[in-house]
Design a protein around this ligand. Structure first.
Ligand code: NAD
Length: 503
């Protein structure tokens, strides 16, 4: 089966991707190149925002905020629903763009990235009409006390390259449903699907300025974080970047939510359904080329199943079909860039240096017809201890570290003994045992006898250095809303200001 594939001509790419500010598609004086990671070839020249475009995008979002917050919830719902439908209508094109820009296999781009993106817009369309306030009880007397939930204002959504469009949708859906306006800055490494989405946003009929999409690197992200008219930063990316953003946003106390890195334990007990656990361990790390925040990168294998698990994983890993994401039969694509691949390789070297054993993969992969691509062999490392660098730091590549265990208490300690707290997996046929362990794990999500499942209605987010704030579900609306208490004196008598105990 061929590892290469013809790349279709896309009108969107041929006409030149543009930034989207205040309802207009614009070029700028500067540009950056995005590369197809499967070939290394330049895919497109994309205009880059400077300070002028950052200011224009935020100004447009500020103006549009007055319009959008007073657009009726029913109308907001209808636009969001329409956007979901447009994503579905253009699903194939969007999936192809994602494959070309990111490298992932087309089947995953269709079934995961694009399908969930469309669902997110429709799910949050449903929420626009359900954001209600409250009436509080009080002990003051003839006074009505009410709570309103209001949109927070202009949001800067800053996103990574591993699920380029989906990460944007995670933020846009709830922000727009809440009544916020948004400036999106997708990753400079894979911005194309977001710029294509801008055209669908215009086609759906959103008022100008409600969504603005600009491209650039860290300096453009930083300019958004500094901007005084941005009220909230919705960020997904590396933990180190999240910390920088939190520090810069302290100057004017912006609201911040951070979805950051992970180093998730995937724990196999000897009493697990072996084949299911094997499939979960395999998919948990190699899905999306291992470039997933939730990657189950530390496999804790109970001693009796350790050897069998390693043997089967090694066989499966070495038979993964690497290729162009558009080639039929490709199971794994390239990493995002040459420099990222070099970083992943440096982790493998460090594991060797610390005494671990690379039993499968561990090197640059040669793929027929794709010499310029950024491929890496799926890698399995054994004899890893939890204190090694390879087990402590996020690698963000197809590298699985296997850590043996025997004592359940020690296991619990080791599973939690990393700076991160994003996700975890447990494989056992003993459900009470699994639930007890799930309670003890420091993770925002625990999967039992499954791994990596997502649903629009189920909140997702991290703990510890994996960040704070939630995406998906009703909880994801909260970071985009702020509450206001309103007091109404119902007494006909003269005003009673200051009568009650104040602060
Ligand atoms: P990154 O932190 O390098 O970049 C993310 C975004 O931030 C990009 O748009 C980038 O241009 C921008 N940026 C970089 N420096 C900035 C700064 N100083 N100020 C403002 N913006 C800045 O992350 P990445 O390499 O694109 O993505 C990979 C990381 O994302 C991994 O750590 C992964 O775990 C994490 N991630 C987390 C989740 C989650 O939900 N927790 C989901 C996906 C990815």
């Amino acid at each position: 089966m061929s590892t290469t594939a013809p790349e279709p001509r896309l009108e969107f790419l041929e006409s030149g991707p543009k930034l989207y500010i205040d309802g207009a598609f614009i070029e700028t004086g500067a540009s950056l190149e995005t590369r197809n990671p499967a070939t290394g070839a330049v895919l497109a020249e994309v205009p880059v925002a400077g300070q002028a475009e950052v200011d224009a995008a935020v100004a447009a979002a500020s103006c549009a905020f007055e319009v959008w917050r007073s657009t009726s919830p029913v109308q907001r719902a209808s636009l969001l629903w329409k956007l979901g439908d447009l994503v579905d209508e253009h699903l194939e094109e969007l999936a192809v763009i994602e494959v070309l820009d990111n490298g992932k296999p087309i089947g995953e781009a269709r079934a995961v990235d694009m399908a969930l993106t469309a669902e997110i817009f429709r799910y949050y369309a449903g929420w626009t009409t359900k954001i209600s306030g409250t009436v509080y009880p009080n002990s003051v007397g003839n006074v009505l006390t009410m709570g309103r939930r209001e949109p927070i204002g202009v949001v800067a959504a800053i996103t990574p390259w591993n699920f380029p469009l989906l990460e944007v949708a995670y933020k846009l859906g709830p922000a727009l449903a809440a009544g916020c306006t948004v400036v999106v800055k997708p990753s400079e490494l894979a911005p194309l699907s977001s710029l294509r989405l801008a055209q669908l946003i215009a086609d759906a009929g959103f008022p100008p300025g409600v969504v603005n999409i600009i491209v650039g690197g860290p300096e453009v992200g930083a300019a958004l974080v500094r901007h005084p008219d941005v009220r909230k930063i919705a960020f997904t990316g590396q933990t180190a970047t999240g910390k920088t953003i939190l520090r810069s946003s302290a100057d004017d106390l912006k609201a911040v939510s951070l979805e950051l890195g992970g180093k998730s334990p995937n724990i196999v007990f000897a009493d697990a359904d072996f084949d299911k656990a094997l499939a979960g361990a395999f998919g948990g790390i190699f899905f999306n080329q291992g470039q997933a925040c939730v990657a189950g990168s530390r496999l804790f294998a109970e001693a009796p199943v350790l050897d069998q698990l390693v043997e089967k994983l090694s066989t499966k890993a070495s038979s993964i079909r690497l290729g162009h994401g558009l080639a039929p039969g490709t199971e794994m694509g390239p990493l995002i860039s040459s420099s990222h691949r070099a970083r992943v390789l440096s982790f493998i070297d460090s594991a060797r240096g610390e005494g671990a054993e690379v039993v499968s993969g561990g090197a640059v992969a040669e793929v027929d017809g794709l010499d310029g691509g950024f491929f890496l062999e799926p890698t399995l490392i054994t004899s890893v201890s939890n204190s090694m660098r390879v087990a402590q730091e996020e690698i963000f590549g197809p590298v699985l570290s296997v850590i043996p265990w025997t004592d359940p208490e020690e296991l619990e300690h080791l599973a939690n003994d990393v700076p991160y707290g994003l996700a975890a997996g447990i494989w056992t046929s003993d459900v009470p045992k699994a639930l007890r362990l799930a309670e003890r794990l420091e993770a925002g999500t625990v999967w039992i006898n499954t791994y990596g499942m997502f649903d629009v209605a189920v909140p997702f987010g991290g703990r510890k250095e994996s960040g704070f704030g939630k995406e998906l579900g009703a909880e994801a609306l909260e970071p985009y809303l702020q509450s206001k208490s309103i007091w109404l004196d119902l007494d006909a008598a003269p005003a009673r200001a200051g009568q009650s105990v104040g602060r």
